[in-house]
Design a binder for this molecule. Structure first.
Ligand SMILES: *Cc1c(COP(=O)(O)O)cnc(C)c1O
Length: 443
């Protein structure tokens, strides 16, 4: 047999129509029906902040990405440094199991994360996705209390309006109303919900709300393993910003009542809100912190749950002294090598200046939206811009309006929002703002 091992033979490219037909019939998309009802755009390649489409859409073949592929592609696409990290690692090994084996990319990444995370987080559990890292965080907390002979502490508290992922434990702490998981309210573990935090990053903290947080933690302390929230920005639950004072209040309440605090920084981590981690706005160290999304610069799926020695030692002193969790692809060398390069690239560059520049561009470009009929709020924090509408957005019409302005946006529920890659030029930020205004007017 004459097998040429370096080439699988020429692949016949799929015609766009054929591709879309197969996609519709066989491939689930996020929160989508099967078969699909609306045709997605086919992306051929991406570089910098631009997505290149297989076919023209609304007169455009290229779109500026206003979404960073769901907060992840902070350095833009096809970045030479990240490509190089991936190539180099690929030639060594793309994967080996993590049980009984270790490797440099995972160790380097863990050390780097510990170095930059809020003081006191020293141990890193690498997971495959954000949702899984939340599962691990919850397991850590429940096991901590069980190990300490307080097995009744197995519920979670959060505030309304949050989003923590799509697997079971994360779903149970997502906003219980109008959110993506309402269907399962009778089936999910029943958690404790405080009211949603009052809006406004710079708003003076509401003393009544702070008291409400303290009371809710206090009332349920005997059954609470942990409080879990997104600090400062609630992302997929509604893109709302709140005062860091409420995160501090939760830290104090948790300390007072012997409850652990988990901060989900999967969306906010790596500079998005103007601080490297949103917990820094509050000057708080959580007991467990979840990271994901921008961790690999949007190249590969990877997440992490970091914890303090108190949590790790608590677990280790228990009857079952190990954390029984070990995904097949835990610590994947390719993903950890790219993540290490991506975090390195971020830290070497002026990420804070870039985020501030984008923040200013969004503030200026979105200001006129306050005059638009149907827009009830315009808010910007770091490299996040949101137009709140008084009605549910027509997603297809809004996406078309944005694309006509040369920008890819994916509005949802009652808002049009953007979180551009940090490398987005002023000109492209301004195009994103125009596209958001167009989407808000026509969606
Ligand atoms: C996206 C997100 C998750 C879930 O991460 P996946 O990688 O999609 O599983 C969890 N928490 C927050 C805050 C997120 O934004």
């Amino acid at each position: 047999m004459d097998l040429d091992r370096t080439s699988p033979g020429p692949q016949v490219p799929l015609e766009p129509d054929e591709l879309l037909d197969l996609d519709r019939r066989h491939v689930w998309h996020p929160y989508g029906p099967m078969p699909g009802r609306t045709a997605p755009l086919v992306v051929e390649s991406a570089a910098g902040v631009r997505l290149r489409l297989a076919e023209e859409f609304c007169g455009r073949r290229e779109l500026v990405d206003g979404m960073s592929s769901w907060w992840s592609a902070v350095h833009g696409y096809n970045h030479p440094v990240l490509n190089e990290a991936a190539h180099t690692q690929l030639e060594r090994m793309s994967h080996v199991m993590f049980g009984g084996l270790t490797h440099e990319p995972a160790v380097r990444l863990a050390k780097r994360l510990v170095d930059i995370a809020p003081e006191g987080l020293e141990h890193v559990f690498l997971a495959d996705s954000g949702s899984v890292s939340v599962e691990v965080a919850v397991k850590m907390c429940l096991q901590y209390w069980r190990s300490r002979g307080r097995g009744a502490k197995q519920r979670l508290m959060t505030w309304r309006g949050g989003y923590h992922g799509d697997t079971w434990q994360p779903m149970s702490v997502c906003d219980p109303e109008g959110g993506m998981h309402e269907l399962w309210s009778g089936v999910l573990p029943r958690q404790v919900f405080a009211d949603a935090p009052p809006s406004g990053f710079e708003a003076a903290p509401d003393e009544n709300y702070v008291r409400h947080l303290h009371e809710t933690v206090g009332r349920h302390a005997d059954e609470l393993a942990a409080v879990i929230v997104e600090p400062v920005v609630q992302g997929a639950g509604g893109m709302r910003f709140h005062s860091p004072a409420y995160v501090r209040a939760l830290r104090e309440a948790c300390d007072e009542h012997d409850v652990l605090l988990v901060l989900d920084e999967i969306a906010t981590g790596f500079g998005r809100t103007g601080a490297l981690f949103a917990a820094e706005h509050a000057g708080v160290t959580p007991d467990v912190m979840c990271l994901g999304k921008a961790l690999t610069g949007g190249y590969l799926t990877l997440a992490a749950a970091l914890c303090t020695p108190r949590v790790a030692e608590g677990i280790s002193r228990g009857e079952v002294p190990v954390l029984a969790h070990g995904p097949t692809f835990m610590g994947n060398p390719l993903a950890t090598a790219v993540a290490d390069a991506s975090v390195g690239l971020l830290l070497e560059g002026d990420w804070a200046g870039e985020v501030r520049r984008i923040e200013n561009g969004l503030r200026e470009g979105l200001a006129p939206a306050a005059e638009l009929p149907g827009v009830t709020d315009v808010r910007v924090l770091g490299a996040i811009g949101v137009l709140q509408l008084g009605h549910d957005v027509d997603m297809a019409a809004a996406a078309r309006a944005a694309a006509s302005s040369g920008v890819w946006l994916r509005p949802f529920r009652d808002m049009v929002y953007a979180m551009p890659p940090y490398v987005t030029s002023d000109e492209d930020v301004s195009a994103i703002c125009s596209a958001m205004l167009a989407a808000a007017s026509e969606g």
